[in-house]
Ligand binder design. Structure first.
Ligand code: NAD
Length: 422
């Protein structure tokens, strides 16, 4: 029997790009603004718990391969941990730590009774068969099962993970616990207790004209924007065959449904078909310097940096962060200087987790809300969150990101104090 360990190592990114450094810098700024006591800083600046484990899987060719799994639970003072599980070829634990912390703030900004967590499986699912993916998902749950559950920690999909992956995870958890617990996970298929509206909710609150990414968040954001009368002229995505990103543009605007038909489930557009359909192909980072009004980074963290922020076209007035952590603090400062309105991730993409919360409520109480009810409740919930942050920003004369963080960190710190933790 051959044992193969995945070749993906934890690779710390450069300081400006390390997402956990970004998350800590953002937190420190707000902790100073709020005058947080030392104990609260110590508690909130790092995850409460981290799990790192190995998942051995029998591959289709009979060999065994060992995958690395991670779950970072940042803070659960306001409610059970909540956060997605992503497939992460790069396998950076700092990335997961940052994403877990951002989840805590996002849930608090949206005023959900949830904490923040994030998980990853270090591999590229495109290189695995469906059976192998299923085994990896089940293995991840087996390793974590004692520390997950509707009242403990509730996973969800994230980058490269889908409703099918959630279904396998749910089945493994329920088999282990010999009971049906649909509230264990969100983003699951409708037929297994998923919520209507959960798919499109990931992109709600985010609209744009030039988009980085063409996955779950990006496609729904583009549809919402176009429905409002907007036009998206450029989208970029990762090309798995070539191992680089490309930007696709079309004068007059892209046709999201047409492009979606030639896009795989990981958000990679088929280059040959796109060219046949009249799309112009540009380098992967060309989405950034398009002459548009709004940019939406909706792919990965650390994409707008001190090194490339000057390339953003002077016409751009708004940046809507569909992805988590796409802008580094150094780039943020320059954007503020240029008077570009940055709608931060914790606000702009909070639709996904808010709808996940609705799914938890339905699953835990045996209800099924019609799609219209889900989307109307979501609209009201996000509008309330946005207004509260916008009012804070106006009152304190600070950017939206700082206002969102001030609201979030203040709420989480208060919950910690009430529990007697600090
Ligand atoms: P996804 O896997 O569905 O799509 C990711 C997209 O990014 C794909 O189109 C991929 O080709 C593209 N991409 C990857 N690397 C790229 C690069 N270097 N240049 C250009 N494009 C690249 O993932 P998703 O669910 O849409 O998540 C995207 C972001 O939104 C992540 O930051 C995620 O954490 C965040 N987010 C996701 C949800 C959710 O519910 N899925 C909710 C809120 C926020």
């Amino acid at each position: 029997m051959t044992t193969l360990v995945t070749s993906y190592e934890s690779r710390p990114a450069a300081a400006d790009l390390n997402p956990f450094e970004t998350a800590k810098q953002q937190f420190d700024r707000i902790a100073d603004r709020l005058g947080l006591e030392t104990a609260a800083r110590d508690l909130l600046r790092a995850p409460m718990r981290e799990f790192r484990f190995l998942i051995p899987v029998r591959m289709d060719d009979g060999t065994c391969r060992v995958f690395r799994g991670v779950r970072v639970q940042h803070n659960d003072a306001r409610g059970p941990f909540k956060g997605g599980v992503r497939f992460s070829p790069r396998g950076s634990v700092d990335e997961v730590r940052a994403l877990a912390m951002w989840m805590t703030w996002k849930c608090a900004v949206a005023d959900l009774p949830l904490g923040g967590a994030k998980g990853s499986i270090e591999c590229d699912p495109r290189t695995l068969s469906l059976r192998e993916q299923e085994q990896v998902c089940r293995g991840w749950v087996r390793q974590m099962a004692g520390n997950l559950g509707p009242d403990i920690d509730v996973p969800a999909p994230d980058v490269m993970s889908s409703a099918q992956h959630m279904a396998w995870m749910l089945d493994e958890f329920e088999t282990m616990h010999r009971s049906r617990q649909p509230g264990f996970i969100t983003g699951k298929p409708l037929a297994l207790g998923g919520s209507a509206g959960r798919g499109e909710a990931t992109g709600y609150g985010a609209v744009t004209a030039s988009v980085q990414g063409f996955g779950n968040v990006a496609q729904h954001a583009i549809r919402a924007f176009v429905a409002l009368g907007g036009s998206v002229t450029a989208v970029s995505c990762w090309d798995h065959n070539e191992g680089v990103a490309y930007t696709y543009t079309k004068r007059g605007g892209i046709d999201v449904d047409q492009l979606a038909r030639i896009t795989d489930k990981y958000g990679s557009i088929d280059m040959v078909h796109a060219i046949d359909l009249g799309y112009e192909m540009l380098p992967g980072d060309a989405w950034l310097d398009q002459a548009v009004d709004i940019l939406i980074p909706a792919a990965l963290e650390g994409q707008i940096t001190a090194q490339n922020v000057a390339r953003i076209n002077p016409r751009v007035r708004v940046i809507l962060e569909g992805a988590n952590g796409p802008t580094t603090p150094a780039a943020d400062a320059q954007l503020a200087h240029r008077d570009v309105l940055v709608v931060p991730d914790v606000l702009a993409n909070a639709g996904g987790v808010t709808c996940s919360y609705f799914e938890q409520v339905q699953s835990n109480t045996g209800q099924f809300w019609p799609r219209e009810e889900v989307l109307a409740t979501l609209d009201a919930w996000l509008t309330r969150a946005f207004r509260h942050v916008a009012q804070t920003a106006a009152r304190e004369q600070i950017p939206l990101r700082e206002a969102a963080y001030a609201v979030a960190v203040g709420r989480v710190a208060e919950a910690c104090r009430l529990r007697g933790w600090v």
